[in-house]
Design a protein around this ligand. Structure first.
Ligand code: URA
Length: 220
């Protein structure tokens, strides 16, 4: 449509008494993740994204921890408690995660923690493929700004989203994986929420954490 034709349509609407135009799709603000060079810019850009996902959430949950960490832990999405506090992994699964970190002499001052999605999906549903696609460039930018040596994917959703694989967490866990877009070594392991439901799998997760500890000592 030319500008002249558009003007004529608008004029027609005005003559017909139309005062508001309602679109059925919301405009999505998306500053290219490529243009972002700091964590503050990344946070600001994500805050400006206008998508239905954030409608039910209280807070955006960005990231927490040491911005110069050697290890970055990547979860799925905030839960109810994280949504309330705006901090990743502060609910029950976060408490287990803290214990797992303590077991290899780490804590939140030494690692960085973030999620694939920055807002809690309504009813804690699994992130959709569309949401994952949309946030993946921001997750990659987040990882590159922290520049860790190791990325730990907590659970199948984080692993699938980052690695772009359809393999499940049982196949992926405990394996070191490299992808072109991330300079760190990546290791998927079970999500702490899953370990709370299936405590017999803690043995495997413990192996993965020992593996991570060993890799970090070798890399530093
Ligand atoms: N589960 C996640 O994947 N991330 C959180 O921040 C909390 C629970």
């Amino acid at each position: 449509m030319t500008k002249k034709q558009l003007d004529q349509v608008i004029e027609w609407f005005i003559d017909a008494g139309v005062t508001d135009l309602i679109s059925d799709s919301r405009p999505t603000y998306k500053k290219s993740a490529k243009d972002i060079t700091t964590l503050a810019q990344l946070k600001e850009s994500i805050l400006k994204i206008d998508i239905p996902l954030k409608d039910c959430a209280i807070n955006m949950v960005f990231g927490v921890g040491n911005e110069r960490a050697e290890i970055l832990l990547l979860g799925e999405a905030p839960g109810a408690e994280e949504d309330k506090q705006g901090i990743p992994f502060v609910g029950q699964s976060g408490q287990l995660l803290d214990k797992m970190l303590a077991a290899i002499e780490l804590d939140r001052t030494k690692v960085y923690i973030t999620n694939i999605l920055p807002w809690r999906p309504p009813g804690n549903r699994t992130p959709t493929n569309q949401e994952i696609e949309m946030f993946r460039p921001y997750v990659l930018k987040h990882i590159s700004l922290i520049n860790p040596k190791v990325v730990v994917c907590l659970g199948g959703t984080a692993a699938k989203a980052l690695l772009k694989t359809s393999q499940g967490i049982v196949q992926l866990r405990g394996k070191w994986i490299n992808i072109e877009e991330v300079s760190a070594k990546i290791i998927p392991t079970f999500h702490p929420a899953y370990l709370l439901r299936a405590p017999s799998q803690k043995r495997e997760a413990w192996q993965d954490f020992l593996n991570i500890k060993e890799a970090i000592s070798a890399l530093i």
